[in-house]
Write a protein that binds this ligand. Structure first.
Ligand code: ZN
Length: 149
């Protein structure tokens, strides 16, 4: 395992053990649930919108290290962004997980890059994208639960 991989692994485990912005959000303006039946990951993503700004974002649920770390990192990176920027980050994150090493879209994703190794494990991609699907539903204010299947 390269040093970079080891560092990435450490960040993922840290977010898994101490997820950020975890717990119910009573003042959320929207929420959406996600379920990944392949792995059993469940997540509820909460957002509080202020105009077109994502003023706060949080989540709760239970899942594997990848799904929890991805949700935790998501809350940190999306908070304070506009709806448009949040959607753009979501799309670029998806490219990061599905493209090869050449991914010009993936520049500047910051800490989300720790999840880039997931691309070597296609089954885990759904773990990594679950919270983001739920975020998309919450931002679109679609009340339907989302499933990765
Ligand atoms: Zn999972």
């Amino acid at each position: 395992m390269s040093e970079l991989r080891a560092l990435y692994q450490e960040v993922i485990l840290d977010h898994y053990r101490s997820p950020r912005n975890f717990g119910p959000m009573p003042d959320a303006t929207s929420k959406a649930e996600g379920y990944n039946p392949l792995c059993g990951d469940r997540v509820t993503v909460y957002v509080r919108l202020d105009g077109d700004e994502v003023a706060q974002v949080g989540f709760e649920g239970s899942g594997c290290a990848i799904s929890t770390a991805s949700a935790s990192l998501m809350t940190e990176i999306v908070r304070g962004k506009t709806l448009e920027d949040a959607e753009e980050i979501r799309e670029r994150f998806h490219s990061l997980l599905t493209s090869g090493d050449e991914c010009p879209d993936c520049e500047g994703l910051g800490k989300l890059e720790v999840l880039s190794g997931v691309r070597d494990y296609p089954v885990r991609i759904k773990c990594a994208t679950l919270a983001w699907h739920a975020l998309h539903a919450a931002l679109a204010e679609e009340p339907e639960p989302v499933s990765t299947e």
